[in-house]
Design a protein around this ligand. Structure first.
Ligand code: ARG
Length: 456
């Protein structure tokens, strides 16, 4: 009894630890595409007879149609998507199926499939990020002149325009898209033909398979081809960086939706209630976007640590490359979509933003700047005078613009009568018209440029 169990138990666990089909079945489209490119090349090169190569290609189409209709079943005895597909092919077309794996190994096969999958994912993410940029630009255009407090240290610093604030995220997403594009360009080399690790003795045509699969060229070194997962790491690094940006924006939505801020309100579609507190309207989606970024960074860490210290060439550890990439992709795609939805539908409470900008002496720098510009006071001295003005307003419990000219001139006679107008939040933002600044005219310029770049 015991012996029988010993013999069977470990074998079952071995099967379980070895199998990747439960997750790598997600590569089935890429696996079929890779096999079709491979067998077409084998046929052209005369490595496999023409008739067999056609039979195999048609058989692969039938397997693909079955997968499309019924999904891929998790048969652990077939280990992975590569074996599952080949086994089904053999059932459908008979012994000719056995010729498909000529001049190929699962090592170059999986490297090729996974690159194709990551490439498709990058393209999908780019579409999502572009839509998010469009949402940001559209809302920024509505609010090129809406004034809000700009923060440093989360303390009201200087007034800015809401459009400017939103366009800051547009810039982050622009860099994210360019990072993904770099990753895509770098990864677009085809490992197929590296075989197990050393290349093959068959007269294959790697240029042909690379071209058929949309790669720029074949990879240069067979050992590197089967052991490299930089493309997956590049993807994860880009995903992690993008998710950090989404998380920061999400955090601002959470903060701004809270009652003390009250800068935004989320529509019903993007809010959740509380099962105990009927007054609650919670920004769960934003919180989850913030939370998901932690998991995405975890996926990056996971694959980095898997790859660290692996000798050349393929090791089975590398089978663990797929779950973190799939997970990160799903989380990122969902986060981008949720963020676009929230940005499109948020209500910005511009009255509350303006009131907050007007509180907190946020135009103090404008007073100092004016003393420099109009009275020729050195900036350091102007800063000191302004400090005294702020102190007075604080003591009196009023805004800077509420102080009378007499009160101001008692602090320093060089303060002129134009100062009160200069201390309004609108004058303050309008004055910041330097390149990249928050002035509405500048913001409108950057929005116009962004629209041009987005082709909208
Ligand atoms: N399922 C494997 C993976 O994803 C395919 C490659 C297997 N190669 C091997 N030498 N056992 O890594």
């Amino acid at each position: 009894m015991w012996g029988g169990r010993f013999a069977e138990g470990p074998a079952a666990v071995m099967r379980e630890i070895n199998a990747s089909i439960p997750f790598d079945k997600r590569l089935w489209r890429q696996d079929i595409a890779g096999s079709k490119a491979h067998v077409a090349m084998l046929g052209v090169q005369g490595i496999v007879g023409h008739a067999d190569s056609v039979t195999i290609a048609q058989g692969l189409d039938r397997v693909a149609a079955e997968y499309e209709a019924n999904g891929v079943t998790d048969d652990l005895t077939l280990e992975d998507i590569h074996m599952a597909t080949e086994s089904r092919l053999a059932e459908l077309i008979g012994p000719a199926a056995g010729r498909l794996h000529t001049a190929r190994s699962r090592n170059d096969q999986v490297a090729t499939d996974f690159r194709l999958w990551v490439r498709d994912s990058i393209d999908a993410v780019d579409v999502g990020l572009r839509a998010l940029q469009q949402a940001l630009v559209a809302r920024a255009a509505e609010h090129a002149e809406s004034v809000m407090p700009g923060f440093t240290h989360l303390q009201a610093a200087q007034p800015v325009t809401l459009g400017h604030h939103l366009m800051a995220y547009y810039e982050m997403v622009r860099r994210d898209r360019s990072r993904f594009a770099d990753a895509r360009a770098r990864m677009n080399e085809c490992p197929l033909g590296a075989a197990a690790l050393a290349g093959t003795g068959f007269p294959i045509d790697r240029q042909a398979t690379a071209k058929a699969l949309g790669f720029d060229r074949p990879t240069a070194n067979s050992l590197d081809s089967v052991s490299d997962r930089d493309f997956a790491l590049d993807y994860l690094m880009s995903a992690a960086q993008a998710s950090l940006h989404l998380s920061r924006l999400a955090e601002e939505i959470v903060l701004w939706a809270s009652q003390p801020f009250g800068f935004v309100s989320l529509p019903d579609q993007w809010s959740t209630g509380s099962s105990i507190m009927p007054q609650k309207r919670n920004p769960d989606a934003a919180e989850l976007v913030r939370g998901h970024s932690g998991r995405i960074v975890g996926c990056l860490t996971s694959l980095m640590i898997t790859m660290k210290g692996l000798p050349l060439a393929y090791s089975k550890d590398m089978q663990d490359d797929k779950p973190p990439v799939f997970e990160a992709h799903d989380l990122l795609a969902l986060s981008i979509a949720a963020m676009s939805g929230m940005i499109e539908t948020l209500t910005f409470r511009t009255d509350r933003m303006r009131a907050a900008a007007e509180a907190g002496f946020s135009t103090a720098t404008d007073l100092a700047d004016r003393l420099v510009r109009v009275a020729g006071v050195p900036f350091r001295e102007a800063h000191h005078i302004t400090g005294a003005v702020v102190k007075l307003a604080e003591v009196k419990g009023c805004a800077l613009s509420d102080l009378s000219l007499a009160e101001l001139q008692a602090i320093d006679p060089r303060i002129d009568e134009g100062v009160q107008a200069a201390l309004s939040v609108d004058a303050s933002v309008a004055a910041r018209a330097s390149e990249g600044g928050t002035a509405p005219e500048r913001v409108r310029q950057t929005i116009a440029r962004a629209k041009e770049n987005l082709g909208s």
